[in-house]
Design a protein around this ligand. Structure first.
Ligand SMILES: [Zn+2]
Length: 254
C-alpha cells in the first residue's frame, strides 16, 4: 500500500512534464493547414439514394462560404459505375465559384501505401498526392511507418492524408501526419461517406472535428467553424441522418 502512495505523486509530476513536452512540440507543427473538403464527392458518392442536384449545389456553396479552400465537388466517373455522380456537369455549372476556392473533380485514387507508387505519381506530375486509408483500419504507428517510407521518395509538401474513421483512428492518424509535417488534410463535413467495399466502414474524418482540433493547436485553417456546422446540419437534414462529427454532436442544442 505504501508503494502506491509513493507512486501517485510521481505520476502527477510525470504528467506535468508531459504537458511541457507537448507544448514545445506544437511549435513544430505546420503553421497552417489546408483542408480538402471531400464530403460532396467522397461522402455523397456512397449514398444509396440519389441526392438531388440542388442539394449538392447548396452544400458546396455553404462549404465555400465557411472558408474551405478546396471543395471536391464531384467526380467524372461513368454514371454506370457511380450513378450518384451522374449530374457532375450540372453540379459544376450550378455552384457559385468563390474566388480563391478550388473545386477539383477527381483525386488520384489508389490502393495501398506503397512508396514506389507515390514516387511514380509524383514524377508523373501530380502536385499533390493524397494518401488514403479509405477503409480506416490504420493506426498512428502504421501512419508513421507509411509516411516515413513515402518521405524518402517525395517531399512532404506534395503529400496529403485521407483518413476514414471506421475504427475511430482518423483524428489520431491525421494528428500523426501533422506531427510529421503534412499540412494538407482531407476530411468530410459531418463525417459523410463510407466505403462500399469495407464492411461497416464509417465515414471520413469529420471536417468539424479536424477544424476544432487544429484551432485548439493554434493552426490556421481559415475555416469558420460555425458556418461549417451549419453546412453539416443542412446535409444531415437533407439525408435524414445523424452527424458523425463529435463536435457537431457536442454543440447541438437539441
Ligand atoms: Zn474517403
Amino acid at each position: 500500500m505504501a508503494t502506491v502512495k509513493k507512486v501517485l505523486p510521481r505520476r502527477l509530476v510525470g504528467l506535468a512534464t508531459l504537458r511541457a513536452v507537448s507544448t514545445s512540440s506544437v511549435g513544430t507543427f505546420p503553421k497552417q493547414v489546408k483542408i480538402v473538403e471531400v464530403g460532396p464527392r467522397d461522402g455523397l458518392q456512397n449514398e444509396k439514394n440519389i441526392v438531388p442536384t440542388p442539394v449538392k449545389i447548396k452544400l458546396i456553396d455553404m462549404l465555400s462560404e465557411a472558408g474551405l479552400p478546396v471543395v471536391e465537388a464531384t467526380s467524372f466517373v461513368s454514371p454506370k459505375w457511380v450513378p450518384q455522380m451522374a449530374d457532375h456537369a450540372e453540379v459544376l455549372k450550378g455552384i457559385q465559384k468563390f474566388p480563391g476556392v478550388n473545386y477539383p473533380v477527381l483525386t488520384p485514387n489508389f490502393k495501398g501505401f506503397q512508396a514506389a507508387v507515390t514516387k511514380k505519381l509524383y514524377s508523373m506530375g501530380c502536385y499533390e498526392i493524397s494518401l488514403g486509408d479509405t477503409i480506416g483500419v490504420g493506426t498512428p504507428g502504421a501512419m508513421k511507418d507509411m509516411l516515413s517510407a513515402v518521405l524518402q521518395e517525395v517531399p512532404v509538401t506534395a503529400l496529403a492524408v485521407h483518413c476514414h474513421d471506421t475504427y475511430g483512428q482518423a483524428l489520431a492518424n491525421t494528428l500523426t501526419a501533422l506531427q510529421m509535417g503534412v499540412s494538407v488534410m482531407d476530411s468530410s463535413v459531418a463525417g459523410l461517406g463510407g466505403c462500399p467495399y469495407a464492411q461497416g466502414a464509417s465515414g471520413n474524418l469529420a471536417t468539424e472535428d479536424l477544424v476544432y482540433m487544429l484551432a485548439g493547436l493554434g493552426i490556421h485553417t481559415g475555416v469558420n467553424l460555425q458556418k461549417l456546422l451549419e453546412a453539416g446540419a443542412f446535409i444531415c437534414q437533407a439525408l435524414n441522418r445523424r452527424t458523425n462529427s463529435k463536435v457537431a454532436q457536442a454543440t447541438c442544442k437539441l
